[in-house]
Design a protein around this ligand. Structure first.
Ligand code: AMP
Length: 428
């Protein structure tokens, strides 16, 4: 029979790597909760229209990368519906915000999520078709202060704190303003005009983008194109007074709390909903896919999907890439997930009692591997040595006397320990 494999672009996460994933997620929860965020869990599939209208029909995500299917009705009363595996989570969170009338509280909603997202991209290191994002959104009515540049700065400061607490070093925060919904079309026009002359000298991808989505030209990584692209009009020149003041206030607040950044006038990002502040944290160790996380402000998103005016700002961290960064920094360290002890029943007659001993030690908080009574003593030692720091031999004598023989694999030292003292002994 042919072997069935994980689908292209998906992968299994195995221990000990999953320990790192859990550490990343636990740190996110701990840090975000200090900033008074609460967790939201939205469905993994949504009405396709949510992404078409929320993320934007013209974006790569919506036009090429979504997993979409027609859901067949189960009963005559149900209609066939186009559904999509979520390619990102902001649209889902804003839909939930609208659906549950969270804005009626008059307060800012501060929500974080952790979960899988799906995009049909060309898989490579750091880019998968199922990947995981840890993200957060601050959204609410204008009266709650949702438009304030302080929100932008607070979110960025939180991200810097999160990365610091995880021990990620060497990250760079790049920041830009893409202006308001009115500023951007004026800029796109100017860009389009400038590109009529320049585009034919750029790479083929840029020639296409110049027509379909001129902003994407700014993402070009082809070396020969860079000088020409840097000379194109910059969005900063097209910001209205308010957007300019907003951006200046964000930068001032970051300066005040010592979060370092660089302004990158070419950072426009791939999702249509962004307004004003956009940002990315990159990491040199990641290679071609160097964006650790991205985000920005989306003041018109709620209205675009049929809700009330509810400005917001959010981000999504690529958890897969964060884990890659941490692995590179701590290579080898993960191999250290040994159990505290290997309990070796000497003979099959001791199996049930050995399980009881393992249970006692586990209840005392130790990480315990339970061996197998049919193994010869030599094999128990070999197996134990691979998975644990120490071995406890549990034979008839030990069962009767209540005195255990413990061998420390590192030192080779053998010690007799009373059963009641065993947990304490192993902890040291
Ligand atoms: P986006 O939702 O496109 O703004 O992406 C936010 C972050 O998610 C990026 O900075 C990446 O770290 C991560 N990301 C996006 N797409 C993928 C993917 N296909 N595989 C792995 N990580 C991704």
């Amino acid at each position: 029979m042919s072997q069935i494999k994980a689908v292209r672009g998906t992968r299994d996460l195995l221990p000990p790597e999953t320990e790192l994933w859990n550490r990343v997620e636990a740190t996110a929860r701990r840090v975000f909760e200090r900033y008074a965020f609460g967790e939201i869990r939205t469905p993994i599939f949504e009405d396709t229209q949510l992404f078409a209208r929320g993320v934007g029909e013209e974006t790569d995500i919506v036009s090429k990368e979504m997993y979409t299917w027609e859901d067949r009705p189960r009963a005559q009363s149900e209609k066939a519906q186009m559904l999509t595996l979520r390619p990102e989570n902001t649209a889902g969170v804003v839909r939930a915000y609208i659906e549950h009338k969270l804005g009626d509280s008059g307060l800012l909603q501060k929500l974080y999520y952790i979960g899988p997202q799906f995009r049909r991209e060309r898989p490579q290191k750091g880019r998968y078709r199922q990947f995981f994002q840890i993200g957060a959104e601050v959204i609410g009515p204008v009266s709650a202060g949702s438009e304030s540049p302080l929100r932008d700065a607070e979110v960025l400061e939180m991200l810097a704190t999160f990365l610091d607490e995880l021990g990620v070093t060497g990250w760079t925060l790049e920041l830009n303003s893409v202006g308001s919904a009115q500023d951007r079309p004026r800029y796109v026009e100017a860009l389009r005009a400038a590109l009529t002359d320049v585009a034919p000298t750029l790479c083929v991808d840029c020639q296409r983008r110049a027509v379909t989505n001129p902003l994407r030209v700014l993402d070009c990584k082809v070396l020969d194109d860079q000088d020409k692209i840097n000379a194109l009009p910059k969005i900063a020149e097209f910001l209205d007074e308010e957007s300019r003041a907003h951006f200046a206030a964000v930068l001032a607040a970051l300066d005040a709390c010592g979060v370092r950044y660089t302004v990158n006038p070419r950072l426009v990002r791939g999702l249509d909903y962004y307004t004003r502040t956009t940002f990315e944290f990159t990491h040199g160790g990641l290679g071609a896919q160097n964006a650790l996380l991205g985000g920005g402000r989306y003041d018109g998103l709620s209205e675009a999907i049929g809700g009330p005016k509810a400005p917001g700002i959010g981000f999504a961290i690529g958890a897969d890439r964060l884990v890659l960064t941490l692995q590179a920094a701590a290579s080898g360290e993960m191999a250290g997930a040994l159990a505290d002890v290997y309990v070796a029943p000497l003979g099959e007659a001791r199996q049930a009692e050995a399980l009881v001993l393992a249970r006692e030690l586990r209840r005392a908080g130790l990480r315990v591997e339970l061996g197998e009574g049919s193994f010869r003593l030599k094999k128990s030692f070999e197996m134990g040595n691979k998975v644990a720091r120490a071995i406890v031999l549990f034979g008839e004598d030990e069962a009767k006397s209540g005195v255990m023989t413990v061998k420390d694999f590192a030192t080779g030292e053998q010690t007799k320990v009373a059963r009641g003292d065993l947990a304490e002994f192993l902890r040291k």
